[in-house]
Design a protein. Sequence first.
Length: 191
Amino acid sequence: MSANRRPIAKILAGLVGMTAASSAALAQAPRSSIDAAAAAGVPEFRDAKTGQVWTPETVGQDGKPIGPDDKAFNPQAQNVPAMVAEQRVRGRPVGTVPITAGPTVPLVVIDGATLRALPGQRWQAVMYMDNNSGNPVDPVVECRFTNAGATVMDTRAVVQQTGPGVRQGLLIYGPRTDVFVDRVSCRVTAP
């Protein structure tokens, strides 16, 4: 190889190496997602004086099953149009996490989700979010509130800018509590 071609070969080898390195940097782990269910089970209570166990099927009817005309609301038969909303969310910092983002660790991770209802107000998805990167990020979390598999509300939560290595608690609002929800699924859509 001539002396003139050696520098060109070194430059080409350097470019190939830089391209491979930038491809690895762009290869991120899949984005984080979580799923949370509302507390399950049939509500019941025991009368301390009589020992009778009451359920929604028997209360108010002297232990006899309630007829269809007198039955209470059946949450699985609920039929409401799906709502769509966007909200701005301000997290509450609760600690720090190591800077570990890379090919196997996403930039932003959500975990520890719970679904709860504030009576007379709204359903809430409460979770933690970690910024695993060494840079500030502007996360977006999309949540779907459902009842018996049917979508009740889709919401897009734009989270305030989150600093490097910050773990924060998030509160994402769902529909009003006059609409029944039994599950919420959330996923990070940005970054």
